[in-house]
Design a protein around this ligand. Structure first.
Ligand SMILES: Cc1ncc(COP(=O)(O)O)c(C=O)c1O
Length: 461
C-alpha cells in the first residue's frame, strides 16, 4: 500500500475520536467555493456552460483533494445559477441560506426516514412539521402528512391512497379527473399505477385557465353512463403555465355529494394558504382529502422539499403499511417508510424546518408577497398593445405577441429565449394548447424592478 493511500484511509470518514480538523478545512474550502460562485453569478449569467466541460469518472486510485476541488469549481461554473437576478425561467428560486445548512446537516447525520430507529428525532420532526402544516391549512386532528422527493411523488402518494381508499386498486375502469391545464406528472402517475391515458379524464378550462365546472359535471355524468369508476378529482392551485387556481369550493362540494376523493395539487400555490395573503379560493383547501405542497418551488427550500398532507392519516397507513420485518417499531410511532412509496429517505425535513424557523410566518409571507409584487409590476409595465398575457393570482406570467400564428410561436419564442439569455435573462418557453409561449416566473427574490424594466426593454425591442 502506498504511503499516500495509508494517509488517505484515515480521512475517509468523520472521526469518532474528535480529530476532524481535516473535515473542517474541507468544509471551509467548499463553503468558500460555493460563496465565490454565488458572488460571480452577476458576471457569469444565469446559465453558464462551457462546451469543453468534461465529466471525469472515478479512477483506480482516488483523486487528490486539490483535483476534486478543481472539479467542484468546474461543475459549479457550468451549472444553472438560481441566485442570478435574471433566473426567471422556472420554479427554482435561490436557495435559502438556512436550507443550505439543513442539507449539510442531513448529509452529515445520514439518518434514514425509513424507520424511527434510524432517525428518532427527524421522524418526530417530520411528523410534527406535517401536522403543523396540516393545522395551518385548516385540517383537523386526524390529519398529517409525509414528505417525498418532489411534487410528482407527492401526487403519486395521494393518488395511490385515493384509489386504495375507493377500493379500486385492481379495477381497470378506474379513472382520474384533472383539468386540461393540470401538470404532466398526472400522466406519469397513471402509467406508474398501471393505467392508461384513457383512464385520465381531462376537464376543460375557462378563459382564466380554471377548471370549468359545467364540463366537470358533464364528464362525471359521462363516467357514470360509461361505468367508469372515479377514484379522485384533482384541483390545481397554481397551474404550471399561468398560475391559475381551480374553483376549489365548487369542486369540493361536488366531491362531497358524490363521495369522491379530492386531491389538490398545490405544488405551486399551496404554500400561500399558510399565510394571510388574500388569494381567492385558498381558504377552501381544507375541504380536500389530500394536498401537495412544494416549499422548494417558491420560498427557496432547497430541492427536494415536498409534502403530501392528508385530512386523515389512516388513509396513508392503510395504503402503504406492509410491515418492515427487519426493523423494530415503537408503540404509537409510525415508521415513515410505511406511509408512502419511498423506503430509505434522507432527512430532507431538516432544511424545511430550519428554513421555516429562520423565516417565521412573516418571512414566508414577505417572500410570497414580493413574488406577486414583481409579477404585478411586470404586468403593469409590459406593452399590452403588443402582447397577449396569460396569468392568474400567483407569480407566473406567460405571454406572446398578439396575432402571432401558432406555427410561428416556436421560432419566435426560441429566438427570444436565445436573445434574452445572451443578455443574462433566462425565461422558459412552455408549449401550451398547441403554441409555444414565453414564461416568466417571478419567484426570484434577487430580481429588482430595475431588472424587470431591463427585461421588458429587451422584449419590446
Ligand atoms: C402544478 C405542478 N404540479 C406538480 C409538479 C411536479 O413537481 P416536481 O417537479 O417537484 O416533481 C409541478 C412542477 O413544476 C407543477 O408545476
Amino acid at each position: 500500500m502506498t504511503e499516500d493511500l495509508i494517509n488517505k484511509k484515515d480521512k475517509y470518514f468523520p472521526s469518532y475520536l474528535g480529530t476532524n480538523d481535516n473535515l473542517i478545512t474541507l468544509l471551509n474550502n467548499t463553503t468558500q467555493i460555493l460563496c465565490d460562485w454565488f458572488s460571480k453569478a452577476d458576471k457569469n449569467g444565469p446559465l453558464p456552460f462551457d462546451e469543453s466541460f468534461k465529466c471525469i469518472m472515478p479512477a483506480e486510485n482516488g483523486n487528490s483533494e486539490e483535483d476534486l476541488f478543481s472539479e467542484i469549481e468546474s461543475l459549479l461554473n457550468n451549472s444553472f445559477n438560481p441566485v442570478h437576478p435574471g433566473s426567471l425561467a422556472h420554479l427554482d428560486p435561490p436557495p435559502l441560506i438556512f436550507s443550505i445548512l439543513g442539507d449539510l446537516i442531513a448529509a452529515g447525520i445520514n439518518n434514514n426516514l425509513l424507520a424511527y430507529e434510524l432517525s428518532p428525532s427527524v421522524t418526530l420532526l417530520e411528523e410534527s412539521l406535517c401536522k403543523w402544516f396540516a393545522n395551518k391549512i385548516g385540517f383537523n386532528d386526524f390529519s398529517g402528512g409525509i414528505a417525498a422527493s418532489g411534487g410528482t411523488l407527492s401526487n403519486l402518494n395521494a393518488l395511490i391512497a385515493a384509489r386504495n381508499n375507493a377500493g379500486l386498486d385492481t379495477n381497470p375502469n378506474s379513472v382520474l379527473l384533472v383539468s386540461e391545464d393540470a401538470h404532466s406528472s398526472f400522466v406519469k402517475c397513471m402509467r406508474v399505477m398501471g393505467l392508461d391515458t384513457k383512464n385520465l379524464v381531462r376537464i376543460k378550462t375557462d378563459n382564466q385557465g380554471r377548471m370549468d365546472i359545467n364540463d366537470l359535471r358533464k364528464s362525471l355524468d359521462n363516467c357514470s353512463i360509461e361505468n367508469k369508476k372515479i377514484f379522485a378529482i384533482v384541483a390545481t392551485v397554481g397551474t404550471t403555465v399561468r398560475g391559475a387556481i381551480d374553483p376549489i369550493e365548487e369542486i369540493s362540494e361536488i366531491c362531497k355529494q358524490r363521495n369522491i376523493w379530492l386531491h389538490i395539487d398545490g405544488s405551486i400555490g399551496g404554500i400561500y394558504a399558510i399565510t394571510s395573503i388574500p388569494i381567492e379560493g385558498l381558504n377552501n383547501i381544507n375541504q380536500a382529502n389530500s394536498i401537495t405542497i412544494n416549499p422548494q418551488k417558491i420560498i427557496g427550500i432547497t430541492k427536494t422539499s415536498s409534502l403530501l398532507l392528508v385530512s386523515n392519516m389512516s388513509t396513508l397507513e392503510n395504503t402503504f403499511n406492509t410491515g418492515l420485518p427487519y426493523l423494530s417499531s415503537k408503540e404509537n410511532i409510525v415508521n415513515r417508510g410505511e406511509i408512502g412509496i419511498q423506503g430509505s429517505r434522507p432527512a430532507e425535513v431538516i432544511k424545511l424546518w430550519l428554513g421555516l424557523r429562520f423565516l417565521g410566518l412573516n418571512g414566508i409571507e414577505n417572500i410570497l408577497k414580493s413574488s406577486i409584487k414583481r409579477k404585478d409590476f411586470f404586468i403593469k409595465k409590459i406593452n399590452k398593445n403588443k402582447f397577449d398575457i396569460y396569468s392568474g393570482p400567483l407569480h407566473i406570467v406567460s405571454f406572446l405577441p398578439k396575432k402571432l400564428q401558432p406555427k410561428d410561436s416556436d421560432a419566435w419564442t426560441q429566438t427570444k429565449v436565445n436573445e434574452l439569455i445572451n443578455n443574462n435573462f433566462m425565461l422558459s418557453r412552455p408549449k401550451f394548447k398547441g403554441k409555444y409561449f414565453l414564461r416568466v416566473v417571478m419567484g426570484n427574490y434577487n430580481t429588482k424592478e430595475s431588472h424587470i424594466e431591463e427585461l421588458l426593454r429587451l422584449l419590446d425591442a
